[in-house]
Design a protein. Structure first.
Length: 269
């Protein structure tokens, strides 16, 4: 009887050690797989645009984002670390592209909205940004990973401290001038007429893409009411504004003034 108990104990002991070893091997393999996954670089986000042609590729390795941005038909190439930051109460995400030269990061606003590229393909985000102040780039992109919000940093409150300005002159009346302020992502915020004391708020409606032409629509709000609407059109290096006055539907058409430092940090008046 005693021998049977000893034999049974030894069998159980060997079985337990075997099971423990198997679990240890499984855990080791899991750890190797986890480490392997951390070292794998996966495509995270892709975007491109035209006039001039550009492309953006962001890859994710562990919790790090690395980007490659090609501008002006690949004549300019930037690489470095990327960051995503949520913006409170907005469908916009701020993308920071850090430069290896330790300069200020390039800021791009990704808007979660339907975006049609020049080929007619539908994408989930639109981009609008500037490089070297005067160069404007527009396009569409997609997150490959649907869990992209998990890697975003804490939400920030949207500020307009780095707005840029573009001045326009009315086509029929050269004395009638306006400036339009834009966010870093290229979305219009306000319009001001020369001679008036205050700027007027613009409320974004939508953007349409048609070959080389990008058209954005805004409502003008004055004293809390819609007072008219603006259509802002971008074609190559040219920008146009059409204002439709609400009370009589009269249209005023403006063209960019290239001599007034377009996309500068200060308004022209």
């Amino acid at each position: 009887m005693k021998n049977i108990l000893i034999y049974t104990f030894l069998v159980c002991l060997i079985a337990c050690k075997q099971e423990s070893k198997e679990k240890e091997n499984i855990n080791t393999e899991d750890k190797k797989e986890t480490v392997s996954k951390k070292n794998i670089e996966e495509v995270f986000y892709k975007a491109n645009g035209n006039e001039p042609a550009w492309g953006l590729l962001i890859k994710k390795k562990g919790n790090d984002l690395n980007y490659e941005l090609k501008l002006d038909y690949d004549s300019i190439r930037l690489t470095g670390k990327a960051e995503l930051i949520k913006i409170k109460n907005s469908k916009t995400i701020q993308l920071l592209l850090h430069k290896k030269e330790n300069k200020l990061p390039l800021k791009i606003e990704l808007v979660n909205e339907k975006c049609n590229d020049v080929a007619g393909n539908v994408h989930n985000t639109s981009l609008d940004f500037h490089f070297d102040v005067k160069k404007r780039y527009l396009g569409c992109g997609d997150f490959v990973n649907n869990n992209y919000l998990e890697i975003c940093k804490e939400p920030i409150t949207k500020t307009n401290t780095n707005d840029s300005y573009v001045c326009f002159t009315e086509n029929q009346n050269k004395k009638l001038k306006i400036w339009v302020s834009y966010t870093e992502g290229g979305r219009a915020l306000k319009v001001k007429y020369k001679g008036q004391d205050k700027a007027i708020d613009l409320h974004y409606i939508k953007t349409e893409y048609n070959d080389r032409t990008i058209t954005s629509y805004y409502n003008e709000f004055y004293e809390g009411k819609i007072n008219g609407n603006y259509t802002i059109t971008h074609v190559g290096n040219w920008d146009y504004v059409t204002y439709t006055r609400g009370k009589d539907n009269k249209k005023f058409e403006f063209t960019i003034d290239h001599e007034k430092n377009p996309w500068g940090s200060k308004p022209c008046f």
